[in-house]
Design a protein around this ligand. Structure first.
Ligand code: FES
Length: 323
């Protein structure tokens, strides 16, 4: 059977597949994998894939940013260590068919890619979910591994990445001689040497981000000039713009409050399998509500929306509109 046709029949299998996969995925990518599935859940795809009127859809659900996976087939998973194996995994998916159940298909693709299984499995799952959402037409050819590696600055071992994750900034010898001290920080791009901003412990993450005056609005139009790398619109939990995925340092964050949890649920950000949304420090947070008491490493999703109302509409709790 054509792999895409097969995947269309497997939607209800994903929660079980993700929970079976997680223990077999390298620790460095375990939370990253859950965050990826949290940023690109199937219910969001179902809603955003083909509205009758895209402008009306974006206005109604207050959608901002690069919210379609179809535009990011080769890059959406860049924050995973396993991203370096995307080329071979994508090739293996291109040659696969859908004859077995979903878990067996993930395993078959991971093996065929020849990537180490602890990375190949997660990337195969991401690849299959990507294909499920974008279809063959937008799938494209596998990128050359040199191209993939050019954006993969995880040049150290996974263990070294784990050790460095959510670590304080450590100044060089020359900087120390000039009196610079180590400082807590928020890392928002683990793959860029300067992908972080300093933190004064107990600050809300967006408050710390605001002190970083680099021109982040040039790379993400959702950002305001001089207001930091995290897009914000309200700083009060009202808009849902500032959601982030926490890769490391969850323990350094304040516990989620009933208000933040209620807002995350309202925005729709907890509508994905594999998220520990009931935990006191879940993987997805509102950066304007979470206080950081030590270094944190995180991912900024490329889009935001208030789409939890689609769930309530389906349940008949809100008036439905046709888009
Ligand atoms: S900035 Fe609006 S919810 Fe955080």
């Amino acid at each position: 059977m054509n792999l895409f046709d097969f995947l269309e029949q497997q939607d209800d299998q994903w929660p079980a597949v993700i929970s079976q996969l997680l223990p077999r995925v390298h620790t460095v990518d375990r939370d990253a994998l859950r965050i990826w599935f949290g940023v690109w859940p199937l219910p969001w795809h179902a809603l955003a894939h083909n509205p009758a009127s895209r402008p009306q859809f974006e206005k109604y659900y207050q959608v901002n940013g690069n919210y379609r996976l179809i535009n990011q087939v080769d890059t959406s998973h860049r924050f995973l260590y396993g991203h370096r194996y995307w080329g071979p995994v994508k090739s293996a998916i291109g040659a696969a068919s859908g004859e077995q159940h979903l878990m067996a298909t993930v395993e078959q693709i991971a093996l065929a890619s020849k990537a180490p299984l602890e990375f190949g499995l997660g990337m195969a799952a991401i690849g299959l979910m990507t294909l499920r959402q974008v279809g063959w037409e937008a799938w494209g050819t596998p990128p050359d591994s040199a191209v993939t590696n050019a954006v993969t600055a995880h040049r150290h071992s996974p263990e070294a990445v784990l050790r460095a994750r959510a670590s304080d900034y450590s100044p060089s010898l020359a900087e120390r001689l000039r009196g610079k001290r180590s400082t807590p920080r928020v890392v928002c791009d683990e793959q860029a040497a300067d992908g972080w901003f300093p933190l004064i412990p107990s600050q809300h993450i967006t408050t710390a981000a605001e002190l970083d005056k680099r021109p982040h609005h040039l790379s993400d139009p959702r950002c305001y000039e001089g207001m930091g790398i995290i897009p914000v619109d309200c700083r009060s939990g009202a808009c849902g713009t500032c959601w982030v995925g926490i890769l490391g340092g969850q323990e350094n964050l304040s516990e989620i409050t009933p208000f933040e949890r209620q807002r995350m649920d309202y925005f729709g950000y907890f509508d994905a399998p594999g998220l520990d949304s009931g935990s006191s420090r879940p993987l997805l947070r509102l950066a304007c509500q979470a206080q950081a008491f030590g270094s944190v490493s995180m991912v900024i999703p490329p889009w935001n929306a208030v789409w939890g109302k689609s769930r309530r509409e389906r349940a008949g709790q809100d008036a439905t509109i046709t888009l």
